[in-house]
Ligand binder design. Structure first.
Ligand SMILES: Nc1ncnc2c1ncn2[C@@H]1O[C@H](COP(=O)(O)OP(=O)(O)O)[C@@H](O)[C@H]1O
Ligand SMILES: [Mg+2]
Length: 342
């Protein structure tokens, strides 16, 4: 086992999600060997927002097994993030199976043993403990454990509490009535709760809401439990876009999806939710907890993630301009704001 530390800058955003190589099965075809994983997508989202100048402030631990294709490794390294790569020849990469039926409903299972990232892992990389935000994709019990571990390990390492923003994506398996009370019970420690609409509804044993009112009704059930200052729920609603409810004013704001009229752009929704959260958290902490800007940036990053299987392709032009699938992030922002009159 050896490691490669790409940076020790204090991050804006740290994901505890994993790097996974995906097989993705659609009703009539499948693709395999695709770059994926909740950590990878979230980091790509944060990377789009932070641009090349701050790319090292997107931090994550990347576990590379003995079967990692070199083009995948090269692609991740081309983002120049604040990654710590851990190379382990004794295991395979974490591999996942994704299956879609209809309605973007995704089934998932692991094909090889996963290697979870824990808070303890960060003791070796203490700059990451000072991150301005963290991304957890997990059950409610793991979420609260991670928050406690972050506090304890930071104290042990004499790292002053940074009051990091916690962005929590509950895993779909735990979005059931059985986990509802536990979930509500930890929201006082969470800054951003971000399930998708189907997951949010399934906490109440209900089907995915099909319209905005249905999404609002379900999201509102959580908001009174979110008591941290500057906290809120950001409900990801597929082609409807996203719904923001801040705990302070409890006002609903909708952000339409980036791709609405051109179905040829919506190639693969795998990971667009994780990409959304990474972009949201990075923009939120960079821009002084501005919810609106974070929602706009998150929507645009997730839109770029839909344009292909895996992640959008980064090209760096001379002069430091970065293109994602041929368009700069700023151009995407300008287009989106103009189109939606925001
Ligand atoms: N079919 C789609 N058409 C357009 N945009 C989409 C589509 N699916 C997802 N998105 C965009 O990606 C964001 C995140 O995806 P979403 O489906 O809401 O979460 P998840 O990936 O967890 O299911 C949405 O808020 C929306 O902006
Ligand atoms: Mg979806």
């Amino acid at each position: 086992m050896h490691e490669l530390i790409e940076s020790n800058e204090v991050p804006y955003f740290t994901s505890l999600g994993m790097f996974i190589i995906d097989e993705i099965n659609f009703p009539t075809f499948k693709v395999d060997g695709i770059l994926g994983g909740g950590g990878t997508f979230a980091i790509c989202g944060s990377r789009m927002v932070l641009e090349s100048i701050e790319s090292r402030k997107c931090a994550w631990i990347v576990d590379i097994g003995n079967d990692c294709p070199s083009d995948i490794l090269k692609e991740i390294q081309s983002w120049k993030t604040g990654a710590v790569f851990r190379f382990d020849d004794t295991r395979q990469c974490t591999r996942g199976w994704n299956g879609y039926s209809k309605n973007e409903f995704r089934m998932f299972k692991y094909l090889t043993p996963k290697k979870r990232i824990t808070m303890l892992d960060f003791e070796k990389y203490p700059w990451m403990l000072q991150s301005k935000s963290f991304h957890f994709v997990c059950s409610p019990s793991r979420c609260i454990d991670l928050i406690k571990e972050l506090e304890e390990i930071s104290a042990l390492n004499q790292i002053k509490s940074t009051n990091a923003v916690i962005a929590w994506e509950p895993i779909p398996d735990c979005c059931t009535p059985e986990y509802l009370q536990e979930t509500l019970g930890i929201l006082q420690k969470v800054d951003i709760l971000t399930p998708n609409a189907a997951e949010c509804a399934s906490f109440f044993g209900e089907p995915e809401p099909t319209d905005k009112l249905g999404c609002e009704t379900i999201a509102l059930k959580f908001i009174s439990y979110m008591t941290k200052p500057n906290s809120g729920i950001v409900l990801r609603c597929g082609s409807l876009g996203c719904l923001l409810i801040e705990s302070g004013n409890r006002k609903n704001s909708w952000f339409p999806a980036y791709h609405t009229n051109d179905p040829s752009k919506v190639i693969d929704p795998t990971g667009c939710g994780n990409t959304f959260v990474g972009a949201f958290a990075a923009a939120f902490v960079k821009h002084n907890k501005n919810f609106k800007l974070a929602c706009i940036h998150a929507t645009i990053a997730s839109g770029a993630c839909l344009e292909q299987h895996g992640l959008p392709k980064l090209i760096e032009l001379k002069g430091g301009i970065t293109l994602w699938n041929g368009i700069s992030f700023q151009d995407r922002v300008d287009l989106y704001i103009k189109k939606n009159k925001l």
